[in-house]
Structures are given as C-alpha cells and as structure tokens.
Unconditional design. Sequence first.
Length: 209
Amino acid sequence: MTEEPEQLALKPALEAVLMVVDEPATEEHLAKVLERPRRAVADALRELADEYTVQGRGFELRLVAGGWRFYSRAEYAPAVEGFVLDGQQARLTQAALETLAVVAYRQPVSRSRVSAVRGVNCDGVMRTLLQRGLVDEAGTEPETGAILYRTTNYFLERMGLRGLDELPELAPFLPEADAIESETLEGVPSFDPDAPDAPETHADDKTEI
C-alpha cells in the first residue's frame, strides 16, 4: 500500500523530490508537497546540505534564488566538463534535432510550449541541448514564470549561420502551441530529466522510439 507523503521519512523524501526538480524548489512548496511544517523542512534541508559536505560527496545541496536544488560540487568540475564535452562528440538524436528546431523558430520559448509543439515531454532532450551549449536560458515568461530558452552563438556556429535571419523558411510549418493549456503539459511525466536524451513520454504514457 502506498504511503501518504506525511508518513514518509522526511530527508529521503526531500532527496527524491529534489532529484527531479527543473528549478530550485522553495521550502514552502516542499512543505506543501510533503505535508510537513515549513520549519521541519527547512531544518532537514540544511542538515542534508551539511551531511553532504561532511561526507565529501560529489554534489551539494544549495539554496539559490529562494529555493533548493542539487548541484555538482565545484572541485569535481573537470569530471563534469569531460562528460559534457564527450557528449558533444555524439550526434544528436532525431528527438533532439526536432526540439532544437522548435526552439530555433519559436524562441524565446518555454519548455512547455516546446512540448506542446512536439506532442511529447521534452525535459530530457532540453537538458541535453543545454549541456551541449546549443540552447541557453533567456529569462522567464511574465505570465507563468516559466523559464524561456533560446539558441546560442554556438548553435549558429555549428549551423554555419551568421544570424537567425538566415534560418530556412520553415516556421510556417510548425504548429502553434498557444491553444494548449500549460497545466496539461506540465502533467506529462518525466523519467530522468538529468539523463542525456532521456525517454520522452506521450500524454498517453507511450514512449517515443
């Protein structure tokens, strides 16, 4: 029988939630999700952060922009850099190319809008494009606060373009996502947003091949 959030051990529950967040999670939000007092959540987060430091883990739990999120520890940056650069040598999957095309023609665009155009959750491939330096963050959407994405100069370099005005005239063929409710899109589950080219999930729970 599945346990209720308030019945779960607090620290492991926090770790599980923080493993899948796209942006720093506030103490208030975590307390609401786990149905615990905010003070208890705040204390547990700080204890976890201290424990990771004492244990010398390769990651740390950091309070950034009002919320908590896992980050690679600075001294292990060479290992992370080696992994990311090695990934840049591999060819992009079809899913990544399609996602990159949507960003290029709709930018700045939120992840939920990209998911709307493609009809699948794009968490994994968006993370891959960020890691490879082909897209980056471009502020937030005023209405929803969602992070916006745009292509980078590296993208132009790899495409052999002097500017976005040299992109082929393909934008009219991309469907509009405005009519799709962002709440519905956010309900599309993610399996592992940190994994390069993670499996994308359709709203009907079928996995894209």
